[in-house]
Design a protein around this ligand. Structure first.
Ligand code: PAF
Length: 288
């Protein structure tokens, strides 16, 4: 791999063993490790996670791996953007220390079985629409955790369900990793940043704004309206929004990750998913 020339030298590893050994040495000299797992095509959302990680840990490790086991659709996997040189340049700019960028053979050795009990978390919302997705996510994240052995791991709020799934796995397996939820970063017009946004046509890009708009409306109405009413209005807003096919709009207890129509839970989150053209978009907002 050619290293892009900048002032900052990022250490790049392709081998699990090599990065594991390197980080073990740093750990034994007292350094804390912060880990930001990604699938690349880095945008400001990812970079803000690296910056947050820099405030918490001494050594920041980012991984880039487009994980085949979490894709339901082969075409989606093939078409997933892989602008590696650009990603390296971006990581250098935010002073990330280590990049782990393995190929598929490094992470998977032939046919492997993985099945972790995740309660209801991998059966609802994204888990229902993308069967097996969170099994694939936990499979790779566990391997990455074993390789990097971080004290802190950073996950974006954009896939809040994924955060809940990883948090469940950490508790279940007694892993000693502190999970940090990183805020959603939005474009100026409100669209949540995502590596897939580049595939939106100009019209779809406009239509996609219905998702952030419906969440903002839900938050605005949260103090004055009951949850079933907020839901009803959100669903009818999304139904009449042009160019989108709604998959769900839900209000969940943000701690138990269960649907609720009560405002009593200490934290509530609205979650939405829709197809905009051929691209699936997800978004969410904490209401309370
Ligand atoms: O959120 C992602 O980018 C991926 O699901 C992750 C956590 C890197 C696992 O492949």
């Amino acid at each position: 791999m050619t290293l892009v020339k900048t002032d900052y030298i990022l250490k790049i590893f392709n081998s699990r063993q090599a990065v594991h050994n390197y980080l073990n040495e740093l750990r034994s000299s007292g350094k804390s490790i912060g880990f930001v797992p990604t699938m690349g095509a880095l945008h400001a959302g990812h970079l803000s996670m690296i910056q947050l990680a820099r405030q918490k840990a001494d050594v920041i490790v980012c991984s880039i791996f487009v994980n085949p086991t979490q894709f339901n659709d082969k075409k989606d996997l093939e078409n997933y953007p892989r602008p590696v040189e650009d990603d390296i340049r971006k990581l250098e700019k935010v002073n990330c220390h280590v990049l782990f960028i393995p190929d598929v053979d490094e992470m998977y050795t032939g046919a492997e079985q993985w099945n972790i009990e995740l309660g209801n978390l991998d059966k609802i919302l994204e888990g229902k629409i993308r069967p097996g997705h969170y099994q694939g996510v936990t499979q790779i994240v566990k391997k990455l955790f074993d390789t990097i052995n971080p004290q802190y791991a950073f996950f974006g709020q954009k896939d809040y369900q994924q955060f809940m799934v990883i948090s469940y796995m950490i508790k279940k397996l007694f892993l000693k990793i502190k999970l940090v939820l990183c805020p959603i970063i939005r474009e100026n017009d409100g669209l949540a940043m995502s590596s897939r946004n580049i595939y939106l046509s100009p019209d779809d890009r406009k239509n996609a704004l219905a998702l952030s708009k419906v969440l903002i409306k839900a938050k605005e109405h949260f103090q004055t309206k009951a949850i079933p009413q907020i839901k009803k209005e959100a669903e009818s807003f999304l139904k009449s929004a042009p160019g989108i096919e709604v998959e769900y709009f839900e209000i969940f207890n943000a701690n138990s990750f269960e649907a609720t129509s009560s405002k009593r839970p200490t934290s509530l989150i609205a979650l939405v998913a829709a197809k905009v053209g051929s691209i699936r978009i997800i978004d969410n907002m904490i209401l309370k």
